[in-house]
Design a protein around this ligand. Structure first.
Ligand SMILES: [Zn+2]
Length: 276
């Protein structure tokens, strides 16, 4: 029997923080702030839908420092049969206003509901992990689009005055570019690959992982040295780099428990020697 745990979707780097006591969690005034965020989400159709799906999926959400989704995967091998169990928990930043907590909650619940990807799969490739984390079902593109769909509903119903006008102005500022970019699906996805100062670093690390010439060609078409538009709040890096580091971190964790020579992980663990 072997047990391994990890966090997912920008959660690996956070694993150390999982045990950080979120003092706000036991504070009744901040708990009620999150309830207010839920009520604000309930005023929109898309908010109601995602909350209902999350409740059905028994996903829990609590206040913490930085909004994120944590998935803990536990792998058990018994009589050579592998079972992977997932635990999903959403954390919402306690320092934000209820309106922005509501948007974060919509965003994180989209991640929390995404189909689970087995992080222990021996053939899980870094490039696929990054692309699925951005463009796949429940990935960053969908989560950001969804939170801004909630924002659009608030604005369309602004006469009902559920959200104060000054908060609606902030929602417009946050989502304006998203609504515009989403009109062109291809451009929208590409906007996640703007890497700015991280362009060279990302390309170098990817090259060292030896993805093969066809995949490398696709990456060069996708990556863009322009200033990043979207970044991970937790890693404070553009999503492609944050996801690549997350892949390396979880592979490191798996390999620290399974010697590199041990099948079936030998090939995947071998990739670690080629990158920092
Ligand atoms: Zn996200």
């Amino acid at each position: 029997m072997r047990l391994t745990r990890f966090g997912s979707l920008l959660g690996v780097v956070l694993l150390a923080l999982v045990r950080t006591p979120a003092s706000a969690r036991n504070d009744s005034s901040t708990v009620s702030t999150l309830e207010q965020a839920e009520r604000l989400l309930e005023t929109t159709e898309s908010g109601r839908q995602v909350l209902e799906a999350a409740r059905e999926g028994r996903i829990t959400w609590v206040l913490g420092q930085v909004s994120r989704t944590e998935v803990t995967a536990t792998r058990t091998v018994h009589d050579e049969v592998e079972t992977v169990h997932y635990d999903t928990r959403v954390i919402i930043s306690g320092s934000k206003s209820p309106v922005f907590q509501a948007l974060d909650l919509a965003h994180e619940l989209v991640h929390a509901l995404r189909p689970k990807e087995n992080p222990f799969h021996p053939a899980l490739k870094p490039g696929d992990y990054v692309v699925r984390g951005i463009e796949g079902e429940g990935g960053e593109a969908e989560a950001i689009a969804y939170e801004c769909r909630v924002g659009r509903e608030w604005i369309d119903r602004s006469k009902s005055r559920v959200i104060p006008e000054e908060d609606l102005a902030l929602v417009r500022a946050r989502c304006g570019m998203v609504w515009k970019a989403m009109a062109d699906g291809e451009k929208w996805k590409r906007s996640f690959y703007y890497l700015g100062q991280h362009y060279r670093d990302f390309l170098d690390r990817l090259t060292r992982l030896e993805p093969g010439s066809a995949e490398m060609k696709r990456w060069k078409e996708r990556l863009d040295p322009r200033t990043p538009i979207f970044s991970s709040a937790m890693a404070q890096k553009p999503y492609p780099l944050a996801l690549l580091e997350e892949y390396l971190e979880l592979t490191r964790k798996i390999c620290s428990r399974s010697p590199a020579s041990e099948s079936p992980f030998s090939k995947r663990c071998g990739t670690l020697e080629r990158v920092k």
